[in-house]
Design a protein around this ligand. Structure first.
Ligand SMILES: *[C@@H]1O[C@H](CO)[C@@H](O)[C@H](O)[C@H]1NC(C)=O
Ligand SMILES: *[C@@H]1O[C@H](CO)[C@@H](O)[C@H](O)[C@H]1NC(C)=O
Length: 254
């Protein structure tokens, strides 16, 4: 098992002031306005961005289980720039966390947020598809990670959504580099590069072939530009049944 001290909790509030000299989402660019309309900013009751997330149905957002530590209460949809106010801000009705989630070092770092009511889907708010229960990612396949997390050490989370390309890393190589990893993870980015995620990006998606295949979970120590250990994501395909079960039971209630 990984010791927690070695792991960076990527939600913003718990980590302020203890950050490393990272420089880039690390080395990314602004997400184009006409893209990524499934991105959600998960916020606390003070309206602060604490984590990323992504809309998978009109009333469910996927995020990371460790984001619950920042007591999220709302999600904001339909805005790349969090300073703009023409978004849909919706209260979280239920936080579904895997029963066996304990901390990020032990995996299952996934949370399914049920919204109080259905969002209005439009050209600015859309859902993203999840992978099937079986997927095969190629080593070195280029994917993307997006978020409002820090772009540099000692900088606040950003207002404008950013995105960066990251390459999938062989899981066995990743396990060796980390000296062991929890089950059901994907490694991409951060290794041999300084491209990857940082504080505030937690809960956001790893996007491959137009599917949200991973959830931003953790990286090494408190260093967003540390190039020796890959960034680690929760492998959504392994939770497909769990997600479908919750979404379905919600639908039957209506
Ligand atoms: C982060 O990692 C880089 C690369 O190894 C290193 O140069 C830098 O000093 C580290 N920063 C901190 C604060 O540990
Ligand atoms: C989520 O956070 C709330 C408030 O801090 C806490 O009461 C609750 O037990 C947490 N849920 C899980 C499953 O850890």
């Amino acid at each position: 098992m990984l010791s927690l001290q070695k792991i960076l909790l990527l939600h913003v509030l718990a980590c302020l002031g203890r950050l490393a000299h990272g420089s880039d989402i690390i080395h990314g660019t602004k997400a184009p306005e006409n893209s990524m309309h499934y991105m959600a900013s998960v916020q606390n009751n003070m309206g602060q961005h604490v984590c990323g997330g992504f809309l998978i149905t009109e009333d469910f957002v996927v995020s990371a289980a460790h984001c619950n530590d920042s007591t999220p209460t709302h999600v904001v949809l339909g805005n790349h720039n969090l300073k703009n106010s023409n978004h849909q801000k919706i209260k979280i009705k239920n936080k579904n966390i895997r029963k066996n989630y304990q901390n990020i070092g032990q995996g299952n770092d996934i949370m399914l947020l049920e919204l109080l009511y259905k969002v209005q889907l439009n050209e600015r708010v859309q859902t993203i598809q999840l992978p099937p229960a079986e997927i095969h990612l190629e080593e070195n396949q280029v994917c993307q990670v997006a978020g409002w997390g820090k772009t540099e050490t000692d900088v606040k989370s950003v207002d404008e959504l950013r995105v960066v390309d990251v390459s999938v890393i062989n899981l066995r190589v990743c396990e060796e580099l980390w000296h062991g990893l929890p089950a059901n993870v994907i490694c991409a980015g951060g290794y041999k590069t300084t491209k990857g995620f940082c504080q505030g990006d937690s809960g956001g998606p790893l996007l491959c072939d137009g599917l949200a295949v991973g959830v931003v979970s953790f990286n090494y120590k408190e260093n967003c530009s540390y190039p020796n250990k890959p960034n680690v994501y929760t492998d959504i395909s392994k939770y497909r049944q769990w997600i479908d079960g919750i979404v379905k039971s919600r639908k039957y209630e209506e």
